[in-house]
Design a protein around this ligand. Structure first.
Ligand code: PBE
Length: 267
């Protein structure tokens, strides 16, 4: 039947990302909950997943990826989420900022900006899209900040400039997080801070903030995606509220694929 041939066509493989990503755990749980025996979620990275998706689209071949919004891939390609009647990928997700305990005393200006930081999916996508078209993350962030001074002024309102001071933001190389981290880095640098954005695996990102080795992380996806990290580290970090509402994770396929639901992956 047609559904069986989808599994065969993609070699019973879902193209995933880095093993620490919450979406990978949700995808593996999905295989269990939908009893997709013989299927596997392949570990790679956001960059590798995205390039596999792009070459599949170029050749109109079938592919199933772990996908999320905001992401530029939805802006440039016709993609769809597979329906998830069992809800293994959750519902609406929000993106939270977490900082290390003590940051408020040590760097009140940076703390205030991190607390005020809030934008829309379309903002994040603008930055991601420019990076996907070849701009460096720093350049794309600079351009977005320059073009959105009204919003940036809301984040920095009443915040005094500083004369140096180091801020470290822990991040994972997810396109969405590269965008947010570089924008906040640019804003903090404009205020006078020296900012480092360090890329690492997801569990290390949480551990770094919990242990005070990094000052902040901007990629706290909740309530589902990072539930485990949140439960493990919530007492050792301060949550500064969501920076973006209405994010989403799931299994994503090109529109031309003839399936609509995760159920369709069963033979
Ligand atoms: N993501 C993007 C991450 C959070 C940010 C959805 C790939 C994850 O799955 O952990």
């Amino acid at each position: 039947d047609t559904a069986g041939s989808v599994g065969e066509a993609v070699d019973y493989t879902i193209t995933g990302i880095d093993p620490g990503a919450g979406i990978m755990e949700a995808a593996n749980q999905t295989l269990e909950d939908y009893e997709l025996e013989g299927w596997e979620v392949q570990t790679s990275s956001d960059a590798a997943m995205t390039s596999a998706l792009e070459s599949a689209i170029e050749n109109e071949e079938p592919i199933i990826v772990t996908g999320w919004n905001p992401h530029w891939k939805f802006v440039v390609h016709d993609l769809k989420y597979l329906d998830d009647p069992k809800g293994t990928f959750g519902g609406e997700e929000d993106i939270y900022t977490f900082v290390r305990l003590g940051l408020e005393e040590d760097a009140p200006e940076a703390y205030q900006v991190l607390k005020n930081f809030h934008w829309e999916s379309s903002d994040m996508e603008t930055v991601m899209l420019e990076i996907s078209e070849g701009a460096s993350p720093e350049e794309a962030a600079r351009n977005w900040v320059d073009e959105n001074q009204d919003l940036v002024n809301e984040w920095t309102e009443g915040v005094e400039e500083v004369d140096g001071g180091d801020i470290t933001i822990a991040m994972v190389a997810w396109d969405s997080t590269i965008a947010s981290t570089n924008v906040v880095k640019t804003v903090l640098e404009d205020l006078g801070y020296n900012v480092q954005a360090n890329s690492m695996e997801a569990p290390i990102m949480y551990g770094a903030v919990a242990e005070g080795e990094a000052d902040a992380l901007l990629a706290g996806w909740l309530p589902l995606t990072h539930e485990q990290y949140y439960n493990e580290y919530k007492d050792q970090m301060e949550q500064l509220g969501p920076s973006l509402e209405g994010a989403k994770i799931g299994l994503v396929v090109p529109e031309y694929m003839d399936i609509d639901s995760i159920e369709d992956l069963k033979e």
